[in-house]
Design a protein around this ligand. Structure first.
Ligand code: PMP
Length: 397
């Protein structure tokens, strides 16, 4: 490739605008030391920004099975699933996954982003062929990949106020009329930036009453919440659950779980499944070991919940707010981006890595510190975080 710079002024103008509005980001590599610490710029920091909620990314069982399957079956799968990319290990992990989720069937995909972007768009295009344009009801704070799925299908979203199921119910009433229109509700069971939960029992009841299909993203609940970490949808009637292996399950990739017919259809119709290379053996090994281990980790989940309650108390006692969080994801609401950046810098000076999240990831003036607790954090790390928050709050008052 010959280096070309003809269009750089366009990119530079966009970058300058981001710098002016404090939204420009740069990649800052960290060296991973363990499940809960990193080294950045030569300094060891306790990591409160990772989604490795159970510390499984360094667990010996995952490392061993990933290494073993890599050694036995090679580094790449060589083709897409429908060509020659499927090996018995894919079927084995998908069977185990379906059992874990309590569903008839499950399909693994390359990433959570790719899953939402491609599964949702395929579903909405199928719905569009049912006689009338589909109606899609989405939570205002849904993840970017869920928006992408709706956008790719060219469907206008009917947005309900964040986590407001009364509003959803009333919108479903208001848009009732055409019986041919397939109605789809798209939401998350735990929201990635606020750490609050959807009342899944109520969601299922509303969907049943309105004859709507339910699509729930369990990326941040899988492994952490629900019986044996099976997610918040585990005991409810939900049509399609997606989740990831990239967070509490400690590795990479994603899944869809649901009925056999749904999964068989996805294998044929979802571009993000059909036109991409099959997940490789090492990734399958890590997935398999995580699925075996996660149901046994009730003690770790209980500790995580206790620590989260404690940290929310600390935040409140400092006169700050952790928003609606009831999970291991705890925002410290800051408002302006510059305030969030200054708070993150203060935490870092106390040995804590907790990144500031700014628009467009969160709404305008919704900048925050996003703390993500992990079962891998020791008691002394949690104490260190509590002290750092108290110190930073005092300095920023
Ligand atoms: N859904 C939600 C709610 C997420 O927060 C994320 C990623 N942070 C994804 C999907 C995408 O998952 P992945 O990182 O595996 O692409």
């Amino acid at each position: 490739m010959r280096f070309m710079a003809r269009f750089d002024p366009i990119f530079q103008t966009a970058l300058d605008h981001m710098a002016d509005t404090h939204t420009r980001r740069v990649l800052r590599p960290v060296q991973h030391v363990g499940a809960a610490t990193v080294i950045r710029d030569g300094r060891e920091l306790v990591n409160f920004s990772s989604n490795d909620y159970l510390g499984l990314s360094h667990h010996p069982a995952l490392v061993a099975r990933a290494s073993e399957w890599l050694r036995l079956d090679g580094t790449g799968s060589g083709a897409s699933r429908l060509v020659t990319g499927t090996i018995p290990r894919h079927m084995h992990v998908e069977t185990r996954l379906a059992a874990f989720k309590g569903c008839e069937a499950a399909v693994i995909l390359a990433s959570g982003w790719q899953t939402n972007a491609s599964v949702l768009s395929a579903l909405l295009r199928l719905a569009a062929g049912q006689g009338a344009p589909p109606q899609v009801f989405t939570d205002r704070l849904n993840h970017a990949s869920l928006h992408q799925g709706c956008m790719a299908a060219g469907v206008r979203q009917i947005r309900f106020r964040h986590n407001d199921l009364d509003h959803l119910d009333s919108l479903l009433d208001r848009h009732a009329g055409d019986d041919r229109a397939m109605r789809v509700i798209v939401t998350e069971s735990v929201f990635s930036m606020d750490g609050d939960r959807t009342d899944i029992a109520r969601l299922a009841a509303i969907a049943r009453r309105h004859g709507a299909f339910t699509y729930v993203d369990e990326a941040h609940a899988t492994g952490v919440l629900g019986p044996q970490g099976r997610g918040l949808c585990a005991e409810h009637e939900i049509d399609l659950v997606m989740g990831t292996f990239s967070k509490a399950l400690g590795s990479f990739g994603a899944y869809v779980a649901g009925s056999r017919a749904l999964c068989d259809w996805l294998v044929n119709a979802c571009s993000g499944f059909v036109f991409t290379t099959a997940p490789p053996p090492a990734v399958l090994g890590a997935m398999d070991a995580a699925l075996e281990l996660v149901p046994t980790l009730d003690d770790a989940r209980a500790r995580l919940a206790r620590n989260a309650t404690h940290i929310r108390d600390v935040i409140q006692r400092c006169g700050l707010t952790s928003g609606p969080s009831t999970t291991q994801i705890i925002p410290i609401m800051m408002g302006e981006a510059t305030r969030a950046l200054a708070f993150a810098a203060r935490l870092e000076s106390c040995g804590i890595l907790a990144t500031a999240i700014r628009p467009p990831t969160v709404p305008p003036n919704g900048s925050r510190i996003r703390l993500a607790l992990s079962a891998a954090h020791s008691d002394s790390m949690i104490d260190q975080l509590a002290t750092a928050i108290t110190h930073a709050a005092r300095e920023s008052a």
